[in-house]
Structure formats: C-alpha cells, structure tokens
Design a protein around this ligand. Structure first.
Ligand SMILES: *Cc1c(COP(=O)(O)O)cnc(C)c1O
Length: 409
C-alpha cells in the first residue's frame, strides 16, 4: 500500500464529532485512493511469507487470513459502528439473531442463568428460553420496566442481563443505568439490544451497559436491503469471548452486506431524526383520533416512561409507534385492525422495520401469532393493536393512508 494515500481518521481518541465519524471512519484506503470505501469480495488472502502466515494465524500479527475470520470491508463497518456506539471494539455477524447466538455462546455455559425482559423480540425469547435450555442454560423473563422484578429474579448463577429498549411493539422503556448497576452488583454483564433507538438516539455503553447488540437489518441499513448484526463491547470481550465463536461458528457478515450497512450508517443520524419527527406528529394525530383508544410512543407525555425515555434517548421517541383501534370486543378489534391494514393503498403491510418506507403490521396475528392468548395478553399485544414503523414519506400521505380504514368504522 502506498504510504502517501490519505487515510480515513482512526476513530478512538480522534476528538471528532459522531456525525463526522459516521461518514469518515473506515479501514485504510487502498493504493488507488478510492473515495467511497472499497468492497473487497474475497474469501482468501495472499500471505507475504510462510512465517507471516504462521504469525497471523496465531494472532501474533495483524493481517487478514481467511474470509470467515475477517475482511477489510467488514472491518470498516465494525470500526464505524464502534465509533458511533463509543465502543472500544465491535464484531459483526450475518444477522441480529446470530449476534445474540454469538453473545450467548461466548459468555455462557451449562448451569449459567440469563435474565431477560419478557418483552424481548420473539426470536430472542425462543433462542434463550428454548434453544439454549437444551444445553443447560437457564433463563427467566421479567416485566421490562419493573426493576424490583429484575432484582428478585437474580440468582448466584446469573451471568447475563439482557434488555431491549424501547421494545417491540409497545415501546416500553427500561432504565439502562439502573439495570447496569443491578448486573454489576451481581457480578453479571448487561447487554442492550439497541435496534430501535440506534446509536443516533441512545448509547447504552455510556450508561453502563457492557455490550450493545444490533440487528443491522433494521435502521443501520435503513432501506430494507440486507441482513446484518453486531456486538459492540470492550476489546477483551470482542477478542477473547466473541471472536473465537465467530471463527468456529462461522456466523460471518458477508462483505457486500457489510458495505451496504457501512454506507447506511452515513445517513443514520438524519434518517432517525427525520423519521422520529414524523413519528411524533403521527402519534399526536392518532392520540386525538376518535377511532383510536390508545397510542404507545415514548415521545408522548402519556407514555409511562416518557421522562426516562427523553433522558435516555436524546430527547427523542424513535420512529416506531403502536396504537389500538376502538372496538367493543377482541373480535371486532381484530376485524377493524385488518380493515385499517387492508384499506391502505400506499403504506406497506410488512413485519420488518427500520426502512425509509413506512411499514405497518398487526402483531397479534404475525410477530406474536404463535403465542397463546394468555402469553399475548401478558405481552400487552391486543387484537386491535397496529404497529407503525414510520418512514420518510410525507406525513400527510401517511396520515391519509391510515385514515382510509380508521374513518370507515
Ligand atoms: C429484527 C430484530 C432482531 C433480530 O435481527 P435479525 O437481523 O432479523 O436477525 C433482534 N432484535 C430486535 C429488536 C429486532 O427488531
């Protein structure tokens, strides 16, 4: 590599603002001086000598060895996300779920206990509560914002506390700093799923969390194109606990997907601000709509953890909200929710989120469809509940499309 190629800033200690790091942090430029970060599609790397190869494989020398272990484009994404989260290190994965799998395989063994919020993402509950149970890892699930319940469920074997804030679909918020204190007093680590808020709004490590988990599939990509995941943490956790799992487990992020998400990070801040601003106005409009009984959005003063959310999330409620349609009973609520969804001509009936296109979903029959009625009501997911992941369309067009069904009751 030519030494006179100007190089991107190394993030740690650079003194640069996060907005700058979001567009500038990356791996070194090649000798060609490409301005947009290069996409390296290669599964192997030519080694300069047999001795260097031996040192690199032994981890005694920096240098890429094999595509499953690392790639310069993937490293660019990891550096940039670490810079945004204020993390010493980051390791990426093929999806958000494989990041959680890496977290668990890296930190837990048979006999250990994991303590989670009961409002976690459905696949997270299945992975930790059912799949890991087969290997002797125990787990408990407690109400998201009930700190006493978290405290009471701690066991001597508790190694990991895992929370997601705000949650899907009811946007419940938990106190990251309080949970971090609880975890550390019990000799455990706290991991926060930062998928909904993203580092644009919330930086859990600064609040005391040990690990931040991401589904890059959502807002980091931001345009619904690729799957990606990541864990941000200390150098020690990343290199000693997680990297060995990546090497043997192979949940490697593909370079192309890393490149897409890397470029997504450049617009994360302005997307989150613009989508959250629309979500707030939409939430206020829905709250005053005669056919809506309740709106769940952390940016509204009526939200039970509004004050905490405003402190913890840079004064911003995020881009996801849910609301309940007015109905006499559960059956009518379901019929009316379906009516709203089927009347839409513009917005997407789609269970993903974090896209520039507004996505609308009926959690009770999709993401929470496999739960029993009792589990569903414990999760607060009623038949009349509709989730909106607000995109970048004009607000008036979003309102008009939702109102087609709502005004037909
Ligand atoms: C989507 C999602 C995940 C899982 O991520 P994938 O990339 O789909 O594997 C985890 N947590 C939350 C909050 C999510 O929304």
């Amino acid at each position: 590599m030519s030494t006179d190629t100007p190089q991107p800033p190394a993030a740690p200690g650079s003194g640069l603002h996060r907005d700058t790091l979001a567009v500038r942090t990356a791996s070194e430029r090649s000798q060609y001086g490409e301005h947009s970060e290069a996409l390296y599609l290669t599964s192997g790397y030519v080694q300069p000598s047999a001795a260097a190869a031996a040192r690199r494989f032994a981890g005694d020398e920096e240098g890429f060895t094999y595509g499953r272990y690392g790639n310069p484009t993937v490293a660019s994404f990891e550096r940039r996300l670490a810079a945004l989260e204020g993390a010493p290190a980051c390791i990426s994965t093929a999806s958000g779920m494989s990041a959680i799998l890496m977290l668990c395989l890296g930190l837990l063994k048979s006999g250990d206990h994991v303590l989670c919020s009961q409002s976690m993402f459905g696949s997270t509950i299945k992975l930790i509560g059912t799949d890991l149970a087969k290997f002797g890892v125990e787990s408990s699930f407690v109400p998201q914002s009930d700190l006493r319940a978290w405290q009471a469920a701690l066991r001597p074997q508790t190694q990991l506390l895992f929370a997601e804030t705000p949650t899907n679909p009811l946007t419940e918020v938990c106190d990251i700093r309080a949970l971090a204190d609880l975890a550390h007093n019990a000799g455990a680590l706290l991991c926060v799923d930062n998928c909904f808020a993203t580092p644009a709004l919330q930086r859990p490590l600064a609040l005391g969390a040990d690990i931040v988990m991401h589904s890059g599939t959502k807002y980091l990509d931001g345009q619904g194109r690729v799957m990606a995941g990541a864990l941000c943490a200390s150098e020690e956790l990343v290199h000693k606990s997680f990297l060995p799992i990546l090497k043997s487990g192979g949940m490697t992020l593909a370079p192309f997907n890393a490149w897409v998400v890397l470029k997504g990070l450049e617009t994360l801040e302005i997307r989150m601000q613009a989508q959250s601003a629309r979500a707030l106005v939409l939430a206020q409009w829905l709250a005053s709509h005669p056919c809506v009984t309740q709106v769940f959005y952390p940016g509204l003063p009526s939200h039970p953890q509004h004050a905490l959310a405003m402190l913890q999330q840079s004064g911003c409620g995020g881009a996801v909200l849910s609301f309940e349609v007015k109905a006499a009973n559960a059956e009518q609520a379901r019929t009316r929710a379906f009516q709203v969804l089927d009347a839409m001509q513009l917005l997407s009936l789609c269970t993903n989120l974090g896209d520039t296109k507004t996505l609308v979903a009926h959690p009770a029959s999709t993401s929470h469809g496999r739960l029993t009625e009792a589990q569903r009501s414990a999760a607060g997911v009623s038949q009349g509940l509709i989730r909106v992941a607000v995109g970048l369309e004009h607000l008036g067009d979003i309102q008009l499309d939702l109102d087609r069904g709502l005004s037909s009751f």
